[in-house]
Design a protein. Structure first.
Length: 138
């Protein structure tokens, strides 16, 4: 069995964003040379997420509104974590959207369902954060 590891780095200029990282993961898969196996993609920061869904702007807008209703940023004093910080909501949003995804690799391609894409979700941006891509197989 072979393995491949790469870190993708992001610095989102806004507090929140959803970025389609499928092309980045595809490039990692090509670099790895692995044809059959699994790819793990996970956010290496506790205020960011990796998830799979449709690349549709209306859905992303709906996610943003939904997450803000469930874990509103303000008032920041509503959170105990925010003693000296203002990102407790980002931790909660990450918990809802998830830490990682695993995708099968078949015949050298990401084996997705219809419309599936991989996204990086940023909930406390304006600084560098990384995503781990780990590919294992043959």
């Amino acid at each position: 069995m072979n393995s491949y590891r790469k870190e993708l780095w992001f610095e989102v200029p806004t507090r929140r964003a959803f970025i389609n990282i499928t092309p980045d993961v595809d490039e990692c898969l090509k670099e790895s040379g692995i044809k059959e196996g699994l790819v793990l993609v996970n956010a290496m920061h506790i205020t960011a997420s990796v998830f799979i869904n449709d690349d549709e702007s209306g859905l992303h807008h709906d996610y943003d509104l939904w997450l803000e209703k469930l874990a509103p940023h303000e008032p920041v004093n509503q959170y105990r974590h925010n003693v000296g910080e203002d990102n407790a909501d980002a931790h909660m949003k990450r918990q809802l959207m998830g830490r990682e995804v695993v995708v099968a690799i078949t015949d050298g391609r990401l084996d997705f369902g219809t419309w599936e894409q991989i996204f990086y979700g940023e909930f406390d941006g304006r600084r560098r954060k990384r995503v781990l891509v780990k590919i294992m197989g043959e």
